[in-house]
Design a protein around this ligand. Sequence first.
Ligand SMILES: Nc1nc2c(c(=O)[nH]1)N[C@@H](CN(C=O)c1ccc(C(=O)N[C@@H](CCC(=O)O)C(=O)O)cc1)CN2
Length: 343
Amino acid sequence: MATVWHQWLRKSIQSSSTLRAVHTLKVDPSQPMLKSPPLISLDLPDVWTSNVMDFDPPSIGECSNERRARVIDGKLMAEKIRAGIAGEVIRMKESIGKVPGLAVILVGHRRDSQTYVRNKRKACEEAGIKFAMAILPDSCTKDEVCEALSSFNGNPSVHGILVQLPLPDHLDEEKILNLVSLEKDVDGFHPLNMGNLAMRGREPLFIPCTPKGCIELLVRSGVDIMSKKAVRHHATVSTVHALTSNPEQITREADIVVTAAGVPNLVRGTWLKPGAVVIDVGTCPVEDPSSEHGYRLMGDVCYEEAVMVASAITPVPGGVGPMTIAMLLVNTLNSAKRAFNFH
Ligand SMILES: Nc1nc2c(c(=O)[nH]1)N[C@@H](CN(C=O)c1ccc(C(=O)N[C@@H](CCC(=O)O)C(=O)O)cc1)CN2
């Protein structure tokens, strides 16, 4: 399953208009899928990790047209997690006089990237995490990005570094991400972290924020899909991509559907098994002059149709996105704790 998250994440951070990935989990009916307490651990105190179940578990397989799906409120979950992080930062400051630090490299002037980085900065500031940023023009060279990276790599008050993606086409994303210090790779995109995530029995230092947020959303909603446990419990993971010939049919068999295609309204109500849990990672910016930033975000799932078929669903906005940022703060805090040997 880890491999699937890897592939899915790489797909989800690119941008094109083709169907990229719809991941489906089919669960062995002889094994209970909903468990309490949930199993995932984020190395955080119980009060704001997935040991908390925010909702009664959805009744997978039981959904009628009279009942709309439960909305999985990622914004609310993320707020609770961020409040917990703020508490931990205070505890760290009071105990050892240090706070975590996050550094972001932003290249170019994409409006969506600017919004995400602004939101990351705000979330850090609210949680008491120090925030540093290098802003480089679209035309910058690989060496300039590397210079910024190496300065953050060598700065002991920086515990997390991320390069906001996508980068302009002329910059080699792979080469640049390889240079992020493994111990500060809070995005989890370094090949060693990715490789360890994909391999059985290995532990990456960081799990990428979006998949980590998706798992957290599911677990807090009472859906047990923890990767190894899910494997042990005979969950079957299928991947649907742009070249899959029968995406609707495969998707319709899934108990859990995680989509990261970047194609608005791709997944229709008829694609879903009644009672499925739907996690919509798609965030496609669509021109909208009436909105504050000139665009609005649309998910992959046709929400109004899906909400009548699914048992639980994440909205866009307000689902996976805020959890991505909450998980970034979790990774940054955990990185600082590791650096300071603070528990
Ligand atoms: N270095 C990275 N680049 C990118 C990542 C990533 O995880 N690391 N993921 C995406 C963008 N992303 C984070 O950077 C991201 C996307 C969306 C949101 C979010 O909170 N969305 C809100 C709406 C926000 C708004 O438009 O005001 C929502 O869905 O409710 C956060 C982070 C690609 N690049």
